[in-house]
Write a protein that binds this ligand. Sequence first.
Ligand SMILES: CC(C)(COP(=O)(O)OP(=O)(O)OC[C@H]1O[C@@H](n2cnc3c(N)ncnc32)[C@H](O)[C@@H]1OP(=O)(O)O)[C@@H](O)C(=O)NCCC(=O)NCCS
Length: 219
Amino acid sequence: MSNAPPELIVIGAGGHAKVLIDTLRLMSLNVTGLTDNDSRQLGYDHVLGVPVLGGDSELSGLAPDMVLLVNGIGGIRADKLRKSVFEHFKAKGFRFINVIHPSAVVSVECSLGEGVQIMAGALIQPGCKVGDDTIINTGAALDHDCILGCHVHLAPGATLSGFVSVDDCAHIGTGANVIQQVKIGAGSTVAAGATVINDVPAGVTVAGVPAGVIGQGDI
Ligand SMILES: CC(C)(COP(=O)(O)OP(=O)(O)OC[C@H]1O[C@@H](n2cnc3c(N)ncnc32)[C@H](O)[C@@H]1OP(=O)(O)O)[C@@H](O)C(=O)NCCC(=O)NCCS
């Protein structure tokens, strides 16, 4: 194996990728390049000075042990794509690094999976578990003993009280609040600004204060 430092590549070249590049620089990590399957339609070929290398197939020529990956796919309509990208590259032997902004406060008494992203100003209290590929976005907060599955997205400013659980691929919208001990089902969406006071089944969208079901997960 070569002693060259591994390449650090972000998959995706949109807004979430831009925030990740900035965060990685604050962690003293320099991104080598970005890949995006829509690279030809983007209308730009660099993000914050980092080159867009082409589609995700650019990775196929690289040895997995010489590359570190960051999943740069964000946004509410992209949760399934985010999961499939993570699983695709894991199956090929690639590793995803955890991204933790220096301003985030993360208790030492919590466990983080692989490829977890904890963005600026986020807060994670003791007893929390965060699954693989989950995003705790800007200023979001998990109080004590919350359990988050894989590929969850806690959007900016969302707050979970103690003992909340969120199953795989759920999206908790910007500024939403979830009271203590509530369970959010897999693939569900909590609308921006909602206050959730009851359990949410899998695969639905809830909105309002207090939150009620307004549709299926992909309304
Ligand atoms: C709930 C949500 C997913 C619905 O989006 P959508 O599928 O495009 O639905 P629409 O905007 O067509 O709205 C459908 C209905 O829900 C209502 N609605 C939408 N968002 C709502 C919200 N946040 N709170 C209350 N009601 C909401 C609309 O008023 C509309 O009601 P109507 O049928 O009576 O007119 C979206 O509004 C939302 O809150 N997304 C979260 C955004 C987020 O977290 N972004 C972070 C990115 S990092």
